[in-house]
Design a protein around this ligand. Structure first.
Ligand code: SAH
Ligand code: SF4
Ligand code: F3S
Length: 451
């Protein structure tokens, strides 16, 4: 079957890992001759890259799928693909639920999209969800941005947090080799990108599965070593990484971040709960004291560092007092950003079948209280930028005000200022901050003096 002039559309749900996977799959489809269609209803191939972290994420997919399945009855050559975490979780059950699907593929099969589609075009309905060793990909991702790029560093997760589906759907940890990672970053640098974000579910666990130990008994390959190893890649001006797990966040890593000029002073380290009993029942492997020590150490080395995190409220059995311990942690630390969620029982996870599930009312009430505090603390944290000069990497036009461009400061806050995107895209600009909001800033470009 010829694929030329066929059009595709990808809808992505979920985390940065899924977004990075979607870019790889878009690259594969374009290599196969598909062209992007902005309108999903004009596309010959529809791909949903799905997320199942919470119940509502999963439900969204089914409503989208229902519509496309109907369309297939009028347009039988429409190809419908479901990839990502719902695909992995549901596997064949998804075909029974939506028989119009052509391909169901788990995240570990991302790089195999072309092979799998070939089987579909040969007339098969295909399910690819068995665990595999993730192959290095030779196709080029079609990246959404021309300024910032994601680079996978470690796939999967070896933790067993009692609320979480990720280990079930993403499989065990698989680290890419430092050489493969560096080669990808070098390519990104050659293409003119300025910033990379290294990605992993627990990125600070990088390298545990790679061979080799140092004379002191440490793994030979760690995130710290990787940062040193990729730091001098030409063209790349900024390096970020996410998500970090408190269990693996070492002082050695913090020191490296302070020492390496390209590594931005922003750390995303989810804590989930501020209560030790809850943390234990979540199987997180640290106490709130340890978490606080990590943040203290970061601030000792980098006093201005931005800290963001994720937290869950309404975990089964969470008492009012335990919830207040979360509020207290948030109040004490003062996060620049906090992603909050009400606990959602997930199939196949231990906590989902525990007795002490809390009511939706309690969960949403706690979520509201926490979000209120988060807004106040983030606004307080923003104040420090007022009047200061910050380096902004310009990414795009401000969609709401075309006279402005937008980008991020090193500390990751979105920042707007008046300017021409054609001249500024991909540039690092010194911006004096004149207005601060909880999660974003506005400023003015400081002209560069030529002496
Ligand atoms: N690996 C990262 C986070 C991955 S999932 C870590 O360990 O921190 C992203 C976030 O989704 C989690 O940090 C958690 O806050 C949230 N999450 C995961 N499972 C959830 C569930 N069952 N209910 C509500 N939120 C959940
Ligand atoms: Fe989920 Fe825990 Fe793994 Fe994070 S560390 S992905 S929360 S199991
Ligand atoms: Fe969702 Fe899968 Fe990411 S469940 S949050 S897309 S790892």
């Amino acid at each position: 079957m010829t694929t030329s002039s066929r059009r595709y559309h990808i809808t992505t749900f979920g985390c940065q890992m899924n977004k990075a996977d979607s870019e790889r799959m878009a690259g594969i489809l374009e290599d196969m001759g598909f062209e992007w269609s902005e309108d999903p209803n004009q596309a010959d191939l529809i791909l949903y890259n799905t997320c199942t972290i919470r119940d509502n994420a999963e439900h969204k997919v089914y409503s989208y799928l229902g519509r496309q399945a109907k369309r297939k009855h009028e347009q039988p050559d429409l190809t419908i693909v479901v990839s990502g975490c719902v695909a992995q979780q549901e596997g064949e059950a998804l075909l029974r639920r939506v028989p119009e699907l052509d391909l169901v593929m788990g995240p570990q099969h991302t790089n195999r999209l072309q092979d799998l589609l070939q089987q579909v075009f040969d007339g098969n309905q295909v399910v690819a969800t068995e665990p595999v060793h993730i192959m290095e990909d030779i196709t080029k991702p079609r990246r959404d941005s021309t300024v910032t790029a994601w680079v996978n560093v470690i796939y999967g997760c070896n933790e067993r947090c009692t609320y979480c589906v990720v280990p079930n759907v993403r499989g065990v940890e698989q680290s890419r080799t430092p050489e493969a990672i560096r080669a990808e970053i070098e390519e990104i640098g050659r293409l003119g990108y300025k910033e990379v974000t290294l990605l992993g579910q627990n990125i600070d666990a990088y390298g545990r599965d790679l061979p080799g130990v140092t004379p002191e008994g440490r793994h030979l390959h760690t995130l710290t070593d990787l940062l040193y190893y990729v730091h001098d890649v030409p063209g790349i001006e900024r390096i970020r990484f996410a998500t970090s797990h408190p269990r693996y966040f070492t002082e050695r890593l913090i020191k490296a971040c302070a020492e390496l000029p390209k590594v931005c002073e922003h750390f995303h380290i989810p804590f989930q709960s501020g209560d030790n009993e809850v943390l234990k029942r979540m199987s997180r492997g640290y106490t709130h004291e340890k978490y606080r020590r990590i943040i203290d150490t970061i601030r000792r080395y980098m006093p201005d560092a931005s800290i963001s995190a994720d937290a869950i409220v309404g975990f089964p059995g969470e008492t009012e007092q335990q919830f207040e311990n979360t509020l207290k942690l948030v109040d004490d630390i003062g996060f620049d950003l906090l992603n909050t969620a009400a606990y959602s029982p997930r199939p196949g996870t231990p906590a989902a079948i525990w007795d002490e599930q809390l009511s939706e009312e309690i969960k949403s009430d706690r979520l509201q209280q926490l979000n209120h505090l988060v807004g106040i603390k983030a606004a307080e944290r923003s104040q420090r930028y007022m009047g200061r000069t910050e380096e902004v990497l310009v990414e795009d036009q401000n969609t709401k005000d075309k006279t402005q461009v937008m980008g991020r400061i090193r500390g990751n806050r979105l920042t707007f200022f008046t300017g021409d995107i054609n001249k500024l895209k991909g540039k690092l600009v010194q911006v004096k901050i004149t207005e601060v909001r909880a999660f974003s800033l506005t400023g003015e470009e400081i002209p560069v003096l030529v002496c």
